[in-house]
Design a protein around this ligand. Structure first.
Ligand SMILES: Cc1ncc(COP(=O)(O)O)c(C=O)c1O
Length: 381
């Protein structure tokens, strides 16, 4: 019987990717492969699974969808990891010893911490750069081996001009990796712009239900893919099959979830911009946002993450205490709307204002979300 074939749009790929071959009596979706080892009589047989730290059919199903969503259809592929940070650690293992690593100055705090630790150990020389300033990135690339950036950034929601930056890096023979967690593969595909590796915290939108911690790297470079496979085998930073299965289940609905979340985020951003207790709304969908022009030109949407600046840290803290529907919690990308004053986390960089509150917009009704948020904001006056 014919398999799903293709090429299809991302909305279809999310649904049909990673399915078992279509045959009478075959399951429609992959199972959870719970085995640590595989039957293997005789000599080593290349291509056959051997051990659960090397191969797992549930990972492979998820990996094939992630690779397809990021536009990989030949060499390379995706690799899933125990967490986004396990993926980031694997990614940094690709950066040569002694190399100059340029990294977005306002990247997710633990990714920044991991890069700083490499620098402190003398493994790399580190340069921090403002990813929203393409000229600064160009200048940094003049003396760099590897550029790692996140766009939009967490939690300042700054936007990098990825097409321009990937071109600049390629011209300067600098390798590029992009953390695509906030945009998801639905809004941008850095590999198709020339980036070498894409990083995802699968924990977030891809899984989408706040019940999984998982990460992924995607590359179209066969040599880098091979090195990453080796690194995952030797470090053992593998995903659990159940988590991989849950993430794959989440990916099936990513396009519909994300469309709804993005629509609600845009509406809330507009309303928040008119609220007297809000000093600033950070959302690239707003025409006045510093990232608006670049996002409108380079992305297929503005995403579902926004941040607001209030008068001071006290107001921000009180807001997270007074909401009833929004859940005061870290993380993002799930079906439930989350709210967090980011500087409550001691490791959050000082570049993040004390009064900044990050909002991860979920699937609840927009009017319910607004009445809860606006009532809490009204109470601050
Ligand atoms: C942009 C970004 N990258 C990477 C990570 C790390 O992912 P994980 O928490 O799955 O290890 C996070 C986590 O918040 C993140 O927001």
């Amino acid at each position: 019987m014919a398999d799903a074939g293709g090429p299809y749009s991302p909305d279809t790929v999310a649904v049909v990717g990673g399915r078992p071959p279509r045959a009478p009596g075959a399951p429609v979706g992959p199972g959870i492969e719970l085995t640590s080892t595989f039957v293997a009589p005789g000599d080593f047989a290349p291509g056959l699974p051997i051990y659960g730290r090397y191969d797992n059919a549930t990972w492979s199903a998820l990996e094939s969808v992630l690779a397809a969503l990021e536009g990989v259809d030949g060499d390379g592929g995706a690799l899933v990891y125990a967490s986004g940070m396990a993926a980031a650690t694997a990614l940094f293992s690709l950066v040569p010893r002694g190399a100059r690593l340029v990294i977005g100055a306002t990247s997710y705090n633990t990714v920044l911490a991991a890069a700083r630790e490499l620098a402190d150990a003398g493994d790399v020389r580190l340069t921090l750069v403002d990813v929203a300033d393409t000229d600064a990135v160009r200048a940094a690339c003049a003396d760099a081996d590897w550029l790692h950036l996140e766009s939009p950034t967490n939690p300042l929601i700054e936007v990098a001009d990825l097409p321009a930056i990937c071109r600049i890096a390629q011209d300067a023979a600098v390798r590029v990796s992009v953390d695509n967690t906030f945009a998801t593969p639905l809004l941008q595909n850095p590999l198709t712009l020339g980036a070498d590796v894409v990083l995802h915290s699968v924990t977030k939108y891809l899984s989408g239900h706040s019940d999984v911690v998982l990460g992924a790297l995607v590359t179209a470079d066969a040599a880098l893919h091979g090195r990453l496979v080796h690194h995952r085998v030797t470090t053992g930073s593998i995903a659990g099959p159940f988590e991989a299965w849950l993430a794959l289940r989440g990916v099936r609905t990513l396009p519909v979830r994300f469309a709804r979340q993005q629509g609600t985020a845009g509406e809330l951003a507009r309303r928040l911009a008119g609220h007297p207790a809000v000093v600033r709304v950070r959302y690239p969908g707003l025409p006045g946002d510093p990232g608006h022009e670049v996002a409108a030109r380079t992305m297929r949407g503005f995403g579902a993450m926004l941040a607001i600046d209030l008068a001071d840290a006290g107001a921000a803290r009180t807001l997270t205490e007074r909401v009833a529907l929004w859940v005061p919690a870290t993380s993002l990308g799930g079906v439930e709307s989350l709210i967090e004053r980011r500087r409550r986390i001691p490791s959050e960089p000082e570049a993040v204002p004390e009064a900044l509150v990050r909002l991860s917009v979920g699937l609840e009704d927009v009017e319910d979300l607004w009445s809860d948020l606006s009532a809490a904001l009204d109470s601050l006056a």
